[in-house]
Design a protein around this ligand. Structure first.
Ligand code: NAP
Length: 326
């Protein structure tokens, strides 16, 4: 499918590649694009470093090779520094429109700026998204009063009795992240087993974390702050009332409205971009990498996102330069 036609202003610089998204995938794309001397601009809607920087800056990352453990924020900064040192330009801006213009593309940001590129790499991560809510009584009332959807700074939970809902890697990693400082940590999961990686499951098993399997948080009580969590065993219907100071609900994320359908790119479902092995999308000249892409066997890891970014850059290079060796 082809994009709508846009207009190029004759004086503006045309980048070889504009990377949309400044998380690990986008920043790696920037670093590698510069190794091939492609003029490169990275546009990021929120914060360079992506989720590492704004979602879990104090959470340790244990699976990025060569760092046995590194905090998300620090890793995000290092990615950003590396991309900047490589010579990639970086700007903040939420891309809301992409149009074809002759042999190039025009990208427009929400604040009305436009950028021109011969190729695009979409590294939008999960896109702009909001945490999923349980929608139980008390949840909305106590949001900000003890109920939260991510543990941005583990120091907030020092000496607190914390209940965490969820059975994925995020929930388990948050539990592990705060357990040393918290007074107590209870992990509530609706099934009898976790879906998280064995490494996290094993670490939770060894940590002083109370796990409540087959358990569902059904209401949150308190006064000016959260004080109690009501949890039901979904097999026996036995009710437990736990005294808590904080509740972290970590049950995944829902995308906010995505502009992708308007850009004419073939999607998988409503928001994932279908890519081929070379990270090409259905639109010639537009490539994608990281959490936003879908292909058989896709796994969401920082390191796989970085690998996909390198593949995307090499595909952009071949598309733009048609080198003799490709
Ligand atoms: P996730 O894997 O989708 O897990 C969400 C969890 O919340 C699941 O256990 C799910 O239960 C539970 N849940 C969903 N809706 C619920 C509801 N209404 N009530 C109660 N529980 C509910 O989400 P995530 O943990 O945010 O991870 C997202 C992706 O990022 C995953 O692919 C994950 O592996 C990856 N990730 C990787 C790392 C890493 O590589 N270190 C770290 C974090 C995340 P069910 O299991 O019953 O569906």
């Amino acid at each position: 499918m082809f994009l709508r036609e846009g207009t190029l202003s004759p004086s503006a610089m045309v980048y070889d590649v504009v990377v949309v998204g400044g998380g690990p995938a986008g920043l790696t794309a920037g670093i590698y694009a510069r190794t091939r001397s492609l003029s490169t601009l990275i546009l990021e809607a929120q914060e360079m470093g992506g989720q590492l920087s704004w979602l879990y800056p104090t959470k340790s990352v244990y699976d990025y090779p060569s760092y046995i453990a590194i905090e998300g924020g620090e890793l995000g900064q290092l990615f950003t520094l590396h991309a900047r040192e490589s010579g990639a330009e970086m700007l903040s801006g939420e891309v809301v429109d992409v149009q074809r213009s002759g042999g190039a593309f025009v990208l427009r940001t929400r604040d009305g700026r436009s950028f021109e590129a011969r190729a695009i790499i979409l590294a939008l991560g999960m896109g702009l998204f909001a945490p999923k809510r349980l929608d139980v009584p008390g949840e909305a009332e106590f949001e900000g009063g003890g109920v939260t959807y991510n543990a941005k700074d583990r120091r907030e939970f020092k000496d607190k009795r914390v209940l965490i809902v969820g059975g994925g890697d995020s929930a388990l990693e948050f539990a592990l992240e705060i357990v040393a400082a918290a007074k107590s940590v209870v992990l509530v999961h609706r099934r009898g087993e976790f879906r998280a990686m064995e490494k996290n499951v094993e670490a939770v098993r060894k940590a002083p974390i109370q796990v409540m399997f087959n358990a569902e948080l059904t209401s949150i009580e308190g006064d000016e702050r959260v004080r109690r969590a009501v949890v039901y065993d979904n097999r026996t219907l036995k009710k437990s009332v736990l005294d808590v100071d904080a509740i972290i609900i970590n049950i995944g994320f829902e995308p906010k409205i995505t502009p992708l359908p308007k850009w004419g790119i073939a999607l998988e479902g409503e928001r994932l971009i279908k890519v081929k092995m070379d990270m090409s999308t259905s639109v010639p000249g537009i490539y994608a990498c990281g959490d936003i892409v879908s292909y058989p066997g896709k796994d969401k890891r920082i390191v796989t996102a970085c690998g996909e970014a390198v593949t995307a850059v090499m595909s952009v290079y071949k598309y733009l330069k048609a080198p003799y060796w490709a």
